[in-house]
Ligand binder design. Structure first.
Ligand code: UDP
Length: 326
């Protein structure tokens, strides 16, 4: 079997590539390294079943050839990370909408199964305690650039559903909640690698806003395992799934936990959002998935607790590998 992973040199993509190589698949990766990195796939290169192309998914000819060659496509290539999104809105919208449309178009022509990666961001400003797949999306004003990411991903979902309903393209949408683990960079704003790096250097840990906002963090190995199970499940075709853990923590508690785990002398500093991000930023105060649908379909429970996962991130950043990717 052959699988194409767009964005396969990214944090989640590289873990997914690893999983499928272990399963004996031929893995094809296309990645322009805009947020991914060659180090993420360095250890996979010697594997004769691993093939990578450093190009954008908007290289239509290459994309078409790769989709033609593979049995299944996981589309992870996207502009991600709040910082990047606020700073490069044009690129965010173009990559996330046009890129996805190309993947769907070619997959539909060749009748290949596709998984489209969406995000918990699509729930927007909803104040619900837990978000479920049928909820209304509560997105912010178009003048606030930060919502362009959520909107672009919502359009991806509409597109994927349209291809399924109208053209019978077999597809699954996954709404990924905060995924963490080794190889995630803090460069684009992701909180866990940022806090761990700061803690290890005894530099200030910057908590944005009140720090009372909460997130549920999921280990990347749990996430890629779920993606694989969903791809194997025929009943999942045409469906949308929340993917994430329900273990919730506030950002200020996360800062303290990381400080303790790293035995750090870092000071925890509170930074107002206006200083942390470009204009137009709005945070989500809470973000917990309702995973009952996922449990119904594949019986998923995350295997790795937050503590175990944070320890993995700390160990990785302490290792030489982590140091080189600040
Ligand atoms: N955050 C923070 N300090 C940082 C980076 C992020 O306090 O250095 C906060 C951020 O404002 C948000 C939470 O941590 O409330 C999670 O941020 P991240 O960008 O990792 O993910 P997302 O906002 O997409 O959930």
């Amino acid at each position: 079997m052959k699988i194409l992973i767009t964005g396969g040199a990214g944090f989640i993509g590289s873990h997914l590539a690893e999983l499928y190589l272990q399963q004996g698949y031929q893995v094809f990766v296309i990645d322009d390294l805009s947020t991914g990195s060659i180090e993420n796939i360095e250890h996979l290169k010697p594997n004769p079943h691993f093939h990578y192309y450093l190009d954008t998914i908007t290289n239509r000819q290459l994309l078409r050839e790769l989709i033609d060659k593979c049995h299944v496509v996981v589309h992870l290539a996207a502009a991600v990370g709040v910082q990047l999104i606020v700073e490069s809105p044009v690129n965010t919208i173009e990559t996330n909408i046009y890129g996805t449309e190309l993947v769907l178009q070619y997959a539909s022509l060749k009748r290949k199964k596709v998984m489209i990666a969406s995000t918990s961001e699509v729930y927007g400003k909803s104040m619900k305690k837990q978000f479920s797949e049928e909820d209304d999306l509560v997105l912010g004003a178009t003048t606030k650039g930060r919502w362009s990411y959520a909107c672009s991903k919502a359009i991806d979902e509409f597109l994927a559903l349209a291809y399924w309903r109208e053209r019978k393209l077999p597809m699954v949408v996954v709404r990924l909640f905060n995924t963490i683990g080794p190889r995630q960079t803090g460069r684009y704003g992701m909180v866990v690698p940022r806090f761990v790096r700061a803690a290890l250097k005894n530099e200030p840990i910057t908590v944005y806003g009140t720090g009372k906002q909460t997130r549920c963090f999921t280990n990347v190995t749990d996430v890629v395992h779920v993606l694989k199970l969903l791809l194997e499940k025929d009943q999942a075709i045409g469906e949308i799934f929340n993917v994430g853990s329900t273990e919730q923590i506030s950002i200020e508690d996360l800062a303290e936990k990381i400080k303790t785990m790293t035995n750090s002398q870092s000071e925890v500093v509170y930074v107002p959002y206006e200083q942390a991000y470009a204009e137009g930023f709005e945070d989500m105060l809470r973000r917990m998935p309702d995973v009952s649908k996922l449990q119904r379909y594949i019986g998923f429970t995350p295997q790795k607790s937050l503590d175990i996962t944070l320890q993995e991130v700390i160990d990785w950043i302490r290792s030489e590998n982590g140091e080189s990717r600040e």
